[in-house]
Design a protein around this ligand. Sequence first.
Ligand code: DGJ
Length: 717
Amino acid sequence: MRKVILLWMCLLGMSLLRAADRPFIRIETKTASLIYRVVADGRLYQCYLGKKLTHEADLVHLPAGTEAYLTHGMKDYFEPAIRVLHNDGNPSLALKYKSHEQKALAPDVNETVITLEDEQYPVTVKLHYTAYVAENVIRTYAEICHAEKKPVTLYNYASAMLHLDRAAYYLTEFSGDWASEAHAQEQPLAFGKKVLDTKLGTRASMFCSPFFVLSLDGPASENAGDVLVGTLGWTGNFRFTFEVDNEQKLRLLAGINPYASEYELKQGEVFRTPDFYFTYSTDGMGQASRNFHDWARNHQLKDGGKTRMTLLNNWEATYFNFDEQKLVTLMDDAVRLGVDMFLLDDGWFANKYPRSSDKQGLGDWQETTSKLPHGIGFLTDEAKKRGIKFGIWIEPEMVNPKSELYERHKDWVIHLPNRDEYYFRNQLVLDLSNPEVQDYVFGVVDGLLTKYPDIAFFKWDCNSPITNIYSVYLKDRQSHLYIDYVRGLYRVLNRIQAKYPDLPMMLCSGGGGRSDYEALRYFTEFWPSDNTDPIERLFIQWGFSQVFPAKALCAHVTTWNSGTSVKFRTDVAMMGKLGFDIKLSDLNEKETEFCQGAVQNYNRLKPAILEGDLYRLVSPYAGNHTSSMYVTKDKSRAVVFAFDIYPRYAEKTQPVRLQGIEADKMYRVREINLMPGVQTSLPADGKVFSGEYLMTVGLPLFSTRKLSSRVVEVVAE
Ligand code: DGJ
């Protein structure tokens, strides 16, 4: 009997040991948990993703879940995270848990690395997770490598695979086109796949932004419900796949779009996927956005903790038609407006084929002497004399066939042999997979800054997708081009960052064709759209605000839709990083005075708009009005923007209920940004209310006047 008991104890010990060898791996933020477990056959399973579970003892009750990083060729029937071909022709991979490590990278930033291995083939996959605890954001990426003698071909290589098992799934995508970027559209997901992807290469997100809202159990709402908001940090082709299976479970795959991008991975080489970032909010999209905004400012966006410069840009004021005198007049306009910088746009370069239109000159980065006989130095001096900064536009990844660069270096141009060239905006893309081209592109920035150290800002444009895809440099590795291009771009941006760490730059891509968080490590802000019609901007900025903070979203006052008042246009632009793309001669005295006052107000409100919390109060998609507000982190000051777009005749408007302030604090309400001589019609103006009243009863900010707007400052007493 004693022997039997001993044997039983021994077996129990063994199974306990096995259980202890299969720990729960918890990746946790302040409010969310992502939990993995190794199952009996040694594979890694995701057993939970959702609101934070705080009782460790409960974890044993979790259902087993689904294999974490599913492979092709084994027992799964749906979209895999990884698909490889070994050099003996075997197309399968069986990944088993090997080990994991967890460590703090910084206070409140924890990293987990889980290593998986195939027992038959020497392939290793490391899954990385960084939990930004305070901001509730998780970053994840994979590293794939092998020790096989010949290269292994990678066909699929997801940055992230996440599993959800919920009653219903609703996906909001942010898609559109040039001048209509990031329009929110929600749809329920049923059995099968919904894919959001791009094959544009450079101007990658022209049709679809690299972020989404996945709402669980029901449609997404602003202040309630579980949503997973995700975005990929990759300035190239991306793909998000949402697949609902036969059991109504959803798998989410995020990563580089593997389309036409099979990757020959050499022995010992590590294929590192881009970062996928996500936040899980149980309080709807508003909280998810605030999580991303905080995380971006604290951890990701270039100069996330610094302020931003207001500016006057000459693009819409002059297009290609300018000379020194016109630019100096615009600098005077910038000074009168009170902005920080003058930004010179496209059209200042090339001599053999002067850049007098978008048909020629790209690639030849010397000042056009007929337009600027005294060079850029004259302009930086003129800006300096006026006490403003000087910024300049470049598009260094591109070339016009009508340029000296093209004549000299056709081998640097992405183009197909034996085919006609197809142009997008009359230009072609330079081959950034080639290190010589990387040197050249770095040299565009470095050359300008060496010669003109007073250049304080760059606007880096990218107007063409990759057409005629073929690289002379890559020879027989053509399927690497989409990936190696982006890596080449990052190499250049890294060099610029290393040499000029304090240089602010705007990312632009024919409007909002590039908007991802990897690029935004190098860029302080981006241009969401060439469409500056304020009505359209209300929608476009609403879309981008899902993941990007106001300080990253450039918003300029222009003459687009001059059927709207200058006040309306300025009020819309003040919800982002304010700038002007207009001549003061387009404005009358009162309008100029109004803009001057608006710039002063903006400077005072920067702690709320640029550094504070955004609350989207009334959606432009919901009807004829929209409103958003920004609250300082200490809740002592807020600014509310309210817009009437096309209200109906005699429509009954509802008060706007504020959010995010303190119920028990008293706040004085004051309408600002009024046209000179116009008195406020807001009954609440100058009065004091409790935060509770403002958030419960609200303020009557909407009207039935079409295209009217209101800005209200709310200051704690
Ligand atoms: C496209 C950008 O989006 C515009 O702002 C402007 O810079 C033009 N390119 C210049 O060609």
